[in-house]
Design a protein around this ligand. Structure first.
Ligand code: FES
Length: 149
């Protein structure tokens, strides 16, 4: 079916609606969601340097990495370690290990579970996660293999 617009007003109205929808979509995305830049490489963590990571429910923040905001490594179950980008998925501030036991972003108080899932606050999605691999006493974090949930 073909639509015809009888006058310039109709065409202007349609154009204004399209522009408004596009602006709303792009601004909303920029304001409410942020993802870290992609990086390459492997981070090697000696687990013996972080005794707290031997117990489930503990996490550490690491800054000596190629990531802009650093890395969070969590022991989510006995013998299971997961690695998250510290980049907050709300507006990109640094998430760190919180005294209450989870993860927290100080900018707008988003809190995440130890599995990187948002619990409260404006963060719209889980933290970006990197694949990990155990190699003897070391945990390898493969920065090329990330998951955006
Ligand atoms: S940047 Fe807003 S809650 Fe983290």
């Amino acid at each position: 079916m073909r639509y015809q617009f009888s006058n310039a007003y109709s065409r202007f109205f349609l154009l204004a609606m399209i522009v408004t929808a596009l602006l709303s979509w792009s601004c909303g995305k920029a304001k409410n969601e942020s993802l870290p830049p992609e990086v390459s490489g492997t981070v090697t963590i000696a687990l013996s340097d972080h005794p707290s990571l031997q117990r489930a429910g503990n996490a550490v923040s690491l800054h000596n990495t190629p990531l802009d905001r650093g890395l969070i490594v969590a022991c989510t179950e006995e013998g299971v370690w997961r690695a998250f980008d510290s980049w907050c998925t709300h507006q990109g501030c640094e998430v760190s290990v919180s005294a209450y036991g989870g993860l927290e972003c100080p900018c707008h108080i988003s809190r995440f579970t130890i599995e990187g899932v948002p619990a409260t606050g404006p963060a719209p999605r889980p933290l970006v996660e990197y694949k990990t691999q155990l190699n003897g006493d070391s945990l390898l974090v493969l920065l090329d293999e990330r998951t955006v949930r």
